[in-house]
Design a protein around this ligand. Structure first.
Ligand code: SF4
Ligand code: SF4
Length: 156
């Protein structure tokens, strides 16, 4: 069992400014790079509304549900107008969720413990930690992928 990054999305949401993002490949058909925050937010925080206001309001048709019923953003279409962020009745999306950061965005080797520790050290307290454990829904800790655990209230 390898080490994993545990990202506490609950605490991250309280931070005025997120110091760093990791971007990773996402999507089965139209591969693009998205932040872990975006992937985790749509997977765990989002309530998967039936007639999703975020999708309806998007002026660029950039949002849709993927094959798993998760809201997914077409990065190439999104104009970052934030209409979806405002329209979501549950405040699901952090205000800067789709911001393009010129600094702080990092590619790290998720199989490299040193890279993980370095990334975690950019965050205060236990917001991001390197752990040797598995998911546990009783603690609101869920698996995003083999290298990343997310702490969040899961609406699924
Ligand atoms: S930020 Fe604007 S363009 Fe991008 S997904 Fe949301 S509503 Fe659509
Ligand atoms: S409106 Fe909010 S909760 Fe509903 S599907 Fe969109 S992001 Fe998810």
């Amino acid at each position: 069992m390898g080490k994993k990054l545990l990202i506490d999305l609950l605490s991250l949401r309280e931070m005025k400014q997120v110091p760093a993002d990791i971007v990773m490949k996402a999507g089965q058909h139209n591969l693009s790079f998205k932040t872990i925050r975006e992937l985790a937010t749509f997977q765990f925080t989002c309530r998967h509304c039936e007639n999703a206001p975020c999708i309806k309001v998007c002026p660029a048709d950039a949002l849709d549900k993927d094959e798993n019923g998760l809201v997914s953003r077409a990065v190439n279409l999104c104009v970052r107008c934030k209409s979806c962020i405002v329209a979501c009745p549950f405040g699901t999306m952090m205000d800067d969720l789709f911001a393009v950061k010129t600094s702080g965005k990092r590619f790290i080797r998720l199989e490299d413990e040193k890279d993980m520790e370095e990334f975690a050290s950019l965050f205060p307290g236990d917001v991001v930690t390197v752990v040797d454990r598995e998911e546990n829904p009783d603690e609101h800790i869920y698996k995003l992928n083999d290298s990343i655990l997310i702490k969040e209230f899961n609406w699924q």
